[in-house]
Write a protein that binds this ligand. Structure first.
Ligand SMILES: NC(=O)c1ccc[n+]([C@@H]2O[C@H](COP(=O)([O-])OP(=O)(O)OC[C@H]3O[C@@H](n4cnc5c(N)ncnc54)[C@H](OP(=O)(O)O)[C@@H]3O)[C@@H](O)[C@H]2O)c1
Length: 323
């Protein structure tokens, strides 16, 4: 099969396309003919920041969507032909930047006929992260939610999931009018430029008693703003660590608010909570509540450009069409 790979005898991080063996599904695994691979920041970061041992070759990308074409022992053959979205494919050893990937059967999630592969390839990392951040301390129903970076992939999913789960008010923060429009289209009630000097006043004016849940992309930059608008018993969940990633934590102010500061990394969330996030995402797709950001399409041959686009902070969703 054709696959994008990196790694060689010198541990190179350069991407190239080549023929490699098509993987076979093992026990409790399925093989998926990938239609679309989704690119996330984790994909270029894993490639550039994690030193590869010489000789190891990696197919990148965690997210994707396609059709099951083979099943391993223990999986019903009735699943062959099922449209699915997959999660953590590269983490399992077979990234989605290839014509075929193999994942545990439980990580190939049915995609309804009316949901496009483009949406399926946008779900894994962003929607599961967003769902975990929103739900781990109880449902966001009837809560005030603040999503920082509301036009990012995780932020977009967080707004849409909070909306379908019945959040009372959703605030999104952004840095440009273009991103404000995307956050509004996703369902944010209030959109604020986090660089405005009066950002806290704007948020407090919109939400009254304060924010209950924060889905936080830049804790080190936003903790002051979050504390200025937090309600008692608020939960701030931090899911990103772009540099500088050292936050100053004013302990007494957090104590006074009885505030929970939570951190998460998708690859290590407890299995029960991962299953919960998958279920909530599945329900939201079935309800037609999740959409894609504007798409930036690349071919497999253009994978290096696709990774570069994500690294540069492309506004929208970067996807790769598999041949
Ligand atoms: N912990 C995990 O398991 C996990 C899971 C998914 C993603 N992540 C990480 O989370 C980050 C975001 O991922 P993504 O896929 O959503 O990326 P993305 O699509 O590039 O979105 C990032 C968004 O954050 C915004 N942003 C940056 N600094 C901000 C600030 N100080 N306040 C508010 N918004 C800010 C950006 O817009 P502006 O720059 O215009 O503000 C952009 O819209 C990445 O670092 C990724 O590696 C971690």
């Amino acid at each position: 099969m054709l696959a994008a790979v990196y790694g060689d005898d010198a541990g190179s991080t350069d991407l190239r396309v080549r023929e490699i063996d098509t993987p076979e599904p093992g026990p409790d695994e399925v093989r998926v003919r990938v239609a679309i691979s989704g690119v996330n920041p984790t994909d270029w970061k894993a490639r550039k920041r994690t030193p590869l041992p010489p000789g190891r070759v990696v197919v990148p990308n965690q997210d994707g969507a396609g059709t099951i074409d083979a099943v391993g022992p223990g999986v019903s053959p009735a699943r062959i032909g099922e449209r699915v979205w997959v999660l953590m494919a590269a983490h399992h050893g077979h990234g989605t930047a290839a014509q075929y990937t193999v994942v545990p059967a439980a990580h190939a999630i049915p995609l309804p006929d009316d949901a496009a592969f483009e949406l399926g390839a946008s779900l894994g990392v962003p929607a599961l992260t967003a769902s975990y951040c929103l739900n781990t301390d109880g449902s966001p129903a009837d809560r005030v939610v603040l999503v920082s970076g509301g036009a990012g992939a995780v932020g977009h999913a967080a707004i849409e999931l909070a909306r379908v789960q019945g959040a009372r008010h959703i605030v999104a923060t952004v840095s440009t009018p273009e991103k404000a429009e995307l956050a509004r289209a996703a369902g944010a009630d209030t959109v604020v430029n986090y660089r405005d000097a009066d950002a806290a006043e704007q948020i407090r004016g919109a939400v009254g008693d304060g924010v209950d849940r924060f889905v936080e992309v830049a804790l080190h930059e936003n903790l002051e703003l979050d504390l200025a608008v937090a309600a008692q018993h608020a939960v701030v969940t931090s899911y990103a660590a772009d540099e500088p990633s050292i936050a100053h934590v004013p302990v007494r102010r957090l104590m006074s608010l009885n505030l929970t500061l939570r951190f998460m990394l998708l690859y290590t969330v407890p299995p029960a909570q991962l299953r919960d996030a998958i279920e909530r995402t599945t329900d939201a797709v079935a309800a037609g509540a999740l959409t894609t950001l504007p798409l930036h399409r690349f071919t497999l041959e253009q994978i290096a450009e696709a990774h570069d686009a994500v690294e540069r902070g492309a506004v929208g969703k970067v996807i790769i069409d598999l041949p």
